[in-house]
Design a protein around this ligand. Sequence first.
Ligand SMILES: *Cc1c(COP(=O)(O)O)cnc(C)c1O
Length: 390
Amino acid sequence: MSRFVYADNAATAKLSQTALDAMLPWLKEGYGNPSSVYRLGREARRALDGARDQVAAAIGAKPEEILFTGSGTEADNWAIRGLCEKLREKGRHIITSAIEHHAVSHTLEALEKQGFEVTYLSVDSCGRVSVEDVKAAIRPDTILITIMFANNEIGTIQPIAEIGAIAREHGIFFHTDAVQAAGHVPVDVGAMHIDLLALSAHKFGGPKGVGALYVRKGIKLPSFITGGGQEKGRRAGTENVAGIVGMAAALTEAVAHMDENRAKVEALRDKLIAGMLQIPAVRLTGDPVNRLPGNASFVVECVEGEAMILMLDAQGIAASSGSACSSGALDPSHVLLAIGLPHEHAHGSVRFSLGEANTEADVDYILEKMPPIAAKLRAMSPLWEERADD
Ligand SMILES: *Cc1c(COP(=O)(O)O)cnc(C)c1O
């Protein structure tokens, strides 16, 4: 009898039953175009309005501050490219971290080719950005600070409220990629002085292909997609009504049950971490305290991450190495290098990301399968042999 343990919730989470139930009517009989004036259209419009209220409430925003997008990646692109386009005559300097998701880092690289200058702040060995470093990097021509809320690979949560306060004090816009945080840890755009925030439905039980961008009232971003009048004429295209409704339902549910979910998932995570650290030459990556509830990420010395993932898969365990996007690439993850891991250790990364659906039996199963997998791969490793000889 084979078991399946899904431990890759940071890559994507299963659609929640609540989200699916909320979506179905809009995929079936509620097929009206929200821009149409007759009843079927008006009903779809009302569903969008309700979803906007729900998403806003979940992060402490006002409904008119929420713009729907086609993904978290799109929300990041819109925020960063939009602000740069708007402010390019005011300044061209941007501050970010060395461990951003590619949705942010590759966008900034593209902007560098267009004449913007980017300061990539280094992080400490736990993956934390220093608030002092942010302050010290500010220049008269700095227009944007973009620092992710929580890291997708190593789970480290950044001091977002402190960074936001500094940005606000200096009159600089602050964007955060909160894709890993929303629905999992408290997010409050007001208290945290956030100007722009990206989130993505499929990381908290909503459907794939839907995201949202929070834009603080008073900031007018240029249009991202031109066409019809949807999303205040700034993101044209007929709305993904079912997807947006599903996102709102999933986020509302996640926020309503955040405390209990968090306690449960953190307990599983901590058990997994404690067990993994019993294996020789295994280290936790990321901040031991300020980390995402579900994130348990490690380096297993002298083991090739990809091989480990395949052997876990053969046992019915879905996990990842590096980030899902860079899997298959030979370069070790920029995040693992940024926390100071030598190349050979960074290659041996494994990330388990747990969710509410995981059980203690799942963790026990991972902890039963991991030691023999590490031992088997190390038996083939000349590096391990050398290490053992030391
Ligand atoms: C998944 C993820 C994204 C991208 O979101 P999509 O909706 O998949 O485009 C961006 N940033 C972080 C931190 C993520 O984990």
